[in-house]
Design a protein around this ligand. Structure first.
Ligand SMILES: [Zn+2]
Length: 117
């Protein structure tokens, strides 16, 4: 995204993004990964080295990684929910840049006015 110079344009860019800033599904700030793990049952084949291949969601809270198992039938939905988070995160990033640009153009506009008078 190229940030426009004129405040009117910046506001137009902002409004367009504000409209998109609405969750279309649940939102998951986590990563979907596949990994091999033991289930914990001592009688299971995984206890003898043949670990289960499964999908997991991982996310961090205060530098600590948390993990949750995702059942196979939920994977398409979970994938969509993490994508929705990525989309919203990018939007928030763009809105932040545009809001900052708005503050900056305000400062330059005031300076220009002061220089005139
Ligand atoms: Zn097992």
């Amino acid at each position: 995204m190229k940030i426009p110079k004129h405040p009117t344009l910046i506001r137009r860019f902002l409004q367009a993004r504000q409209k998109q800033l609405q969750a279309k599904s649940p939102v998951l700030a986590a990563s979907l990964v596949t990994s091999r793990r033991a289930c914990g049952n001592p009688n299971c084949r995984c206890a003898r080295g043949q670990k289960h291949l499964g999908h997991y969601l991982t996310w961090k809270v205060k530098a600590k990684t948390h993990t949750v198992y995702v059942p196979v039938d939920l994977i398409p939905q979970v994938k969509q929910w993490t994508q929705e988070h990525r989309r919203l995160k990018q939007l928030v990033h763009q809105i932040t840049q545009l809001s900052l640009a708005l503050i900056q153009t305000h400062v330059t506009a005031q300076r220009r006015q002061r220089a005139r008078s």
